[in-house]
Design a protein around this ligand. Structure first.
Ligand SMILES: C[S@@+](CC[C@H](N)C(=O)[O-])C[C@H]1O[C@@H](n2cnc3c(N)ncnc32)[C@H](O)[C@@H]1O
Length: 380
């Protein structure tokens, strides 16, 4: 860490570096701390629910290109739009000085053709095994005679991942997505994003719930759509995304000191308690055979591997499963297994759990730090 920094941010970062020196190699930690001081490249995805053909995708990209050339009128070749290696609808700008807010007034954004979202944040919703959700062909159509599948996004606002789930698993099927969020102001952003990105005919199958994920329950007497708004789900879920509230170590930025200010090991412990309650609830809401993706944008094992070990210990019918995503991107710095909490044995090696199947993305100029793990509940 730079010795020149002073003040509360520097103190908090020093405490973070001290805690994480038990888990990361010195070179990894130094790289992270350097990245925290630099702007991350802006990324976005083209919304395939609105941009339904190649011409519409090209039109949305042309609008971004036009704005970039206006922003860089004197040197128009310097900002490139790079296509993401593992998501053909995701893009990142080569110049980290261009901020999303400089593009948000584009008509293509207002019309829901573009959504600004970090590349790491696009990973979790893409990790589900699609075949039980949209049929073995994964072509988007319902498997013949299949009942609608139900998906739950437990901590949904502002809705980047909810709208990805809708795009992948509901827009071309009769599936249903329930998006739950506890924060009344944040649910307004969720509503706005759903309204912008999800076409009218699909929206009745996207339910927004203002509630505590820890109190979601399955209604005793089955389907009553009106009860969903009161946190009563009509049935067990086929798939759950738990993108948990966390201490946010992967998004630290000294350019935005508020991302760091709240961090402490006490805060990490508080987040861990909340995450375990949410994980436990997710287990009870998942049908046997269903899948759960757990993700955080933090780096420490307390909120990641240790939670996976805990929930599998509590509920041995849960199994860690491979992610259904080939992350062929050299910018991803991932998959660290065998974390060692201070003084303890390596996580995973103690329990024999295949924690190497989870993904950890270390923060870079392209990616926020992230953790993703997929679990499957064995059918009884
Ligand atoms: C990491 S953010 C989710 C980001 C979101 N999945 C997305 O992709 O846009 C975590 C969210 O969980 C919400 N939250 C915190 N505690 C919660 C709880 N007990 N139940 C439901 N949501 C909760 C926070 O308000 C926050 O919006």
């Amino acid at each position: 860490m730079s010795a020149r920094r002073t003040g509360p941010t520097a103190k908090t970062l020093a405490a973070f570096a001290d805690a994480r020196s038990r888990h990361f190699a010195p070179s990894e930690l130094a790289a992270m701390l350097a990245v925290f001081g630099k702007p991350r490249r802006t990324s976005f995805r083209v919304n395939a629910m609105r941009a339904t053909d190649a011409a519409a995708v090209d039109g949305a990209l042309a609008a971004v290109r036009q704005r970039l050339s206006e922003l860089h009128a004197r040197n128009r070749d310097t900002v490139r739009i790079r296509r993401c290696a593992w998501n053909s609808h995701a893009f990142q700008l080569s110049d980290p000085s261009v901020r999303a807010r400089q593009l948000m007034d584009l008509d293509a954004h207002a019309r829901g053709l573009l959504h600004f979202q970090s590349l790491s944040s696009m990973i979790p919703a893409a990790c589900f095994d699609p075949s039980p959700l949209v049929g073995p062909a994964s072509g988007g159509a319902d498997a013949a005679g299949a009942q609608p599948r139900w998906l739950l996004d437990m901590c949904a606002a502002p809705g980047g991942k909810t709208t990805q789930l809708v795009e992948a698993f509901a827009a071309r099927t009769s599936n249903v997505v329930v998006a739950n969020e506890i924060h009344p102001l944040r649910i307004q952003r969720l509503e706005r994003n759903i309204a912008a990105l999800v076409p009218e005919p699909v929206r009745p199958r996207v339910h927004q719930v203002l509630g505590d994920g820890r109190r979601l329950a399955v209604a005793a007497h089955g389907a009553d759509p009106a009860a969903i708004a009161q946190s009563k789900l009509p049935r067990l879920m086929d798939a759950i995304l738990l993108d948990a509230p966390c201490s946010g170590e992967g998004t630290f930025s000294t350019l935005e000191p508020q991302t760091i200010a709240v961090w402490s090991l006490d805060f990490v412990a508080k987040m861990q308690r909340l995450q375990r309650q949410l994980l436990d609830r997710a287990f009870h809401l998942l049908r046997p055979g269903g899948q759960l993706v757990y993700s955080t944008c933090t780096l420490g094992p307390e909120e990641n591997e240790a939670n996976i070990e805990w929930v599998v210990g509590q509920h041995p019918s849960l199994e860690i499963a491979p992610l259904h995503l080939d992350l062929a991107d050299p910018a991803i710095n991932g998959g660290l297994a065998n974390f060692r909490p201070a003084g303890g044995p390596s996580l995973g090696s103690r329990s024999g759990l295949p924690l190497h199947l989870a993904l950890r993305v270390l923060p870079t100029a392209e990616y926020e730090g992230f953790f993703v793990c997929r679990l499957v509940k064995r059918a009884a």
